[in-house]
Design a protein around this ligand. Structure first.
Ligand code: UDP
Length: 241
């Protein structure tokens, strides 16, 4: 038997929120947490899986919150997109320190900082086993990084989106406040929309459903969680079209 765990996945998208990078701080970046997640990515990379990543920006700035406080929405959304670039650069640094070659690819060109998004070039990076971190969301206001993950996963022909959360799947109510909350093993996108379950925003769900992109929601807090889930182990919820 080979030492390296086997997986059937060739190319996946990992989506994490910006909040996943802030540790217990309540704001910003917590480098040890970024490094811990980078090690999770490294272990899946070592399995030979091609990895795309989208990281949110909510640990720094969310457009909706800015606009609720009186800011112009579009401008606030651009600030949110820039926050995702900061998170992407932090993750790139952590991955490269582990020897994992990485490209940050931004939907908003900023050539001195990272690469612009060119689909075929990104595909080439993946083929060369470089982790591609897609930054600046979709490049458009009024969207979220969930939609960016759904879009890039489809464009890159990923086999699934892995959504790392602080809980091990989708529940019918919040398991942190309701000990009787029930976790779904399997659920359809239509059911998620119908029950208004807080998984991704509705446009991201619709995009995944229409493109028949499976979504696997798992806990990123468990050590070895990502590699285990990619191997089909552990607890998670699988959302299908
Ligand atoms: N954003 C945007 N367009 C996009 C993606 C993101 O305008 O395509 C902005 C939006 O303001 C959002 C912020 O970037 O609030 C941060 O992204 P998100 O809220 O998705 O981050 P997460 O909640 O995953 O940390």
């Amino acid at each position: 038997m080979p030492d390296t765990p086997q997986t059937t996945y060739k190319r996946v998208m990992l989506k994490i929120s910006g909040e996943a990078l802030m540790g217990d701080q309540g704001f910003g970046l917590h480098p040890p947490t970024v490094q811990r997640i980078a090690r999770e990515v490294q272990s899946v990379h070592e399995m030979g899986v091609e990895i795309c990543m989208v990281i949110g920006g909510g640990n720094i700035f969310r457009g909706l919150q800015g606009s609720a406080q009186g800011m112009e929405r579009t401008q606030a959304d651009y600030m949110g997109m820039l926050a995702t670039v900061m998170n992407a650069l932090a993750m790139q640094t952590a991955l490269e320190e582990l020897g994992v070659h990485t490209r940050v690819i931004s939907a908003i060109p900023m050539d001195q900082v990272c690469e612009p998004y060119i689909r075929r070039r990104a595909v080439r990076h993946l083929e060369k086993k470089r982790v591609c971190i897609f930054a600046a969301g979709t490049g458009n206001p009024y969207f979220t990084t969930d939609t960016a993950a759904a879009l890039r996963a489809s464009e890159m022909a990923c086999e699934a989106i892995f959504m790392g959360k602080q809980v091990d799947g989708i529940y019918d109510s919040d398991p942190k406040t309701n000990s009787a909350a029930k976790r779904f093993d399997d659920i359809s996108y239509d059911e998620v929309l119908r029950a208004n379950l807080k998984v991704m925003d509705a446009s991201a769900i619709a995009l995944c459903r229409d493109n028949k992109m499976p979504l696997i929601v798992f806990s990123l807090d468990e050590p070895g969680g990502f590699s285990g889930i990619v191997n089909g182990e552990g607890t998670y919820t699988r959302v299908h079209a």
